[in-house]
Design a protein around this ligand. Structure first.
Ligand code: BG6
Ligand code: MG
Length: 219
């Protein structure tokens, strides 16, 4: 039985509620483009990169978009999204996160971010957690986004911890699949609490017993 020596956190929807801002920004762009977009379609965007998210949205349109058009649409979405991020503060950190980070540190368990987002540094700065993690792997340093395991393997490599000794906390099916593909334990929170392949399922991170978390996912 392997010990858990590191916990890798997804960012959007796990540390902070930016998943809602992603939805609002894509909704604004799809309304402008007259493309049908709803919360069910939005669920498929969790964990996947900006350009792949755009492809999913455009699959609901009959219009042909050139590569240049797509780049401009993604840029417009990111501008709307970053305007929303400007309002972020430490108050937007999700329940239980700070407590969990402190408890993991107290137990000498390494902590990292494994996020598909290129806005990771900005978000961490806005919520005051820029220097809280031992390693950061994000959308700026990977070629393949979740469900590919690249971002989590990069985080584990930066930490110097074997994949089997890492647990990942995720709110996306793509992220749970990525963690499992990396050979890591997967904890599904929020919408990912319904993922059948998650090793542990939690509504959120509040009232979490850290020993229980580490023990339950070891077996
Ligand atoms: C992930 C989100 O964390 O980051 C996705 O779950 C998003 O919805 C992806 O598309 C990329 O984010 P960004 O900030 O680089 O556009
Ligand atoms: Mg997420």
């Amino acid at each position: 039985m392997m010990k858990i020596l590191a916990v890798i956190f997804d960012l959007d929807g796990v540390i902070v509620s930016t998943d809602e801002f992603h939805y609002q920004a894509w909704k604004q762009i799809s309304n402008q483009e007259k493309i049908y977009f709803d919360r069910e379609i939005n669920e498929r965007l969790r964990g996947v990169s900006r350009m792949e998210s755009l492809e999913i949205i455009l699959s609901h349109s009959d219009k042909k978009y050139s590569e240049k058009d797509k780049q401009l649409l993604a840029q417009r979405k990111n501008e709307v999204y970053c305007d929303l991020l400007n309002k972020l503060s430490p108050n937007d950190i999700l329940p239980g996160v700070i407590n969990l980070l402190m408890n993991l540190k107290a137990k000498d368990i390494k902590i990292a971010i494994g996020s598909s987002s290129k806005n990771t540094p900005f978000i961490l700065e806005q919520i005051g957690l820029s220097s809280s993690f031992d390693a950061i792997a994000d959308g700026n340093s990977i070629m393949n986004s979740k469900p590919d395991p690249e971002v989590f393997l990069l985080a584990a490599g930066k930490l110097g911890v074997a994949p089997e000794e890492c647990a990942v906390i995720e709110d996306a099916q793509a992220g749970i699949d990525a963690a499992i593909a990396a050979g890591m334990k997967a904890v599904g929170v929020g919408t990912a609490a319904s993922c059948v392949n998650a090793h542990l399922k939690l509504k959120d991170l509040s009232n979490l017993n850290i020993d229980q978390l580490l023990n339950e996912i070891r077996s």
